[in-house]
Design a protein around this ligand. Structure first.
Ligand SMILES: [Zn+2]
Length: 479
């Protein structure tokens, strides 16, 4: 939790340096900030420029005005539909947290992302890039919609707030106030609308990924290892690029199959020819600390202790130290009656959580795994895509693309929800008041103002409660 004190400390230091240098009248520092449109305050660094205004105008002029207005009118419909939906979702989350005693139903919807706490550092780049992309495309929506309504753009900015990047567009306020409420709605809903479009495009891209990657990757056979940690129990057996074909005799066609098989794997026995066991039983048995019977006295990694549920020949002959690779190639069984002829069913000597099974993969001997199956899940990452060309870095491309798309979906959905709830200081405030002006224009201005501020107050409290809920959930899990 070093982030909890490092981040405030860094910001405090920056703010103090900024103050001190400004007080001492360092003209060069002020000029530097002015020249690059930079401003520093506690917890926030901002960059502002008007140099890209003409580019935004040129970009907007590229499309016929009518098309743009039609596009953003669809955005208004979506933005208005999202208001009750996001309010409903926030109310529902809050309600289930208060009413339900079931832990699963109490999952908060808006979970603040805290790098180093609930966001692994290895995922930080995904988070920062996708939040920046979602923010910039959101603001681009406002900017283009504004240009299509002849509103002047004063400037655009990027900022870094505490640990989160963001963007904004500065519209000429006087121009905005002269617009009718539908025109205002087109501009205010444009950000949320663009976030919805991002979510839709990313979902489509995820669905079409096998076809998009088709020229470079095939996804028809097995699941491909694209990362394996050094502390994985199978680190010496599998490598990046290994294609896993089956787990415990069950085919693996995808990463999802692998996960499903690992989570439900149960321990079975293996059939062994009774007469071949006669010379192999062992008397020397001992109990491990976890209460598991051990009967292999040598330190060999290839032998493993198996036992029969009933004694064979006489009461003592039920433990056998056998070569695991050879023996587990036999038929699977639950009891001796499942085996053919004069065979018996032997089970590996394991604690209740551990399993012994084979993992088959392309081009090498099966891996014999003994341990908790979830250890494999935690230490191996897989992808469904196998490169057609054997280049090392290629293995990572599908995984990186998938993760990037998933992050973009969750960041853009969060921005869409946050900005459609009627809340002070966010898009929801402007969308809601313009919507009230549009649909209740016959009402007196006083009543409309009262209605708007009442709902905004409720919306703000609702959002704050949801964020507090998310924050407590994160801190509870991580402490
Ligand atoms: Zn916005």
């Amino acid at each position: 939790m070093w982030v909890a004190w490092t981040v405030p400390a860094v910001w405090l230091l920056l703010a103090v340096i900024d103050r001190v240098v400004k007080r001492k009248g360092r003209q060069r520092y002020r000029l530097f900030l002015e020249r690059y449109g930079l401003s520093v305050s506690l917890g926030r660094i901002q960059f502002y420029t008007n140099r890209v205004n003409h580019l935004l105008v040129r970009f907007s002029d590229f499309f016929p005005r009518r098309w743009l207005q039609a596009w953003f009118t669809v955005g208004v419909v979506i933005g208005l539909v999202l208001i009750p939906l996001s309010v409903g979702v926030l109310v529902f989350t809050l309600r289930s947290f208060i009413v339900s005693s079931d832990e699963e139903a109490r999952d908060p919807l808006l979970v603040p992302v805290l790098p180093g706490v609930n966001l692994p550092w290895s995922q930080l780049v995904y988070f920062l890039v996708t939040i920046a992309v979602s923010g910039v495309l959101h603001e681009l929506g406002h900017a283009v919609a504004a240009v299509s309504e002849n509103v002047h753009i004063d400037g655009v900015g990027l900022f870094f707030f505490v640990m989160y990047p963001g963007a904004f567009v500065d519209l000429h306020t006087q121009h905005v106030t002269t617009l009718n409420s539908i025109q205002k709605l087109r501009i205010f809903c444009a950000g949320v609308w663009h976030n919805v479009i991002i979510v839709f495009v990313c979902l489509l891209a995820l669905y079409c990924l096998p076809w998009i990657l088709f020229p470079l990757f095939t996804s028809t056979q097995g699941a491909v290892v694209n990362g394996i940690s050094k502390n994985s129990p199978v680190y010496n057996n599998l490598v990046v690029g290994s294609v896993i074909l089956s787990v415990d005799g069950q085919s693996v066609h995808s990463k999802a199959d692998w996960m499903a098989l690992l989570s439900k794997i149960s321990q079975h026995g293996f059939c062994a020819n009774k007469s071949s066991l006669k010379r192999m039983y062992t008397r020397a048995v001992s109990l491990s600390l976890s209460g598991v019977v051990e009967c292999c006295q040598n330190e060999s990694l290839s032998d493993f202790c198996f036992h029969s549920s009933e004694p064979l020949w006489d009461t003592k002959k039920r433990y056998f130290c056998l070569n695991a690779r050879k023996f587990t190639a036999g038929l699977h069984c639950k009891q001796t009656s499942d085996c053919l002829g004069k065979s018996v069913c032997l089970h590996p000597s394991l604690d209740s959580e551990s399993r012994l099974f084979r993992i088959s993969h392309v081009g090498s001997k099966d891996v014999i795994f003994v341990g908790h199956p979830m250890l494999l899940h935690q230490t191996i990452s897989l992808t469904d895509y196998r490169p057609r060309i054997n280049l090392f870095a290629f293995y990572r491309l599908p995984g990186v693309t998938e993760t990037f798309l998933l992050y973009l979906i969750s960041m853009s959905s969060a921005l869409a929800i946050l900005n459609s709830v009627p809340v002070y200081y966010l898009d929801g405030q402007w969308i809601f008041s313009a919507a009230v002006d549009t649909f209740f224009k016959d009402w007196s201005e006083e009543i409309r103002t009262k209605l708007t501020s009442g709902i905004l107050m409720i919306g703000t409290v609702l959002l704050v409660l949801n964020v507090i809920l998310g924050l407590t959930a994160v801190l509870n899990v991580n402490t």
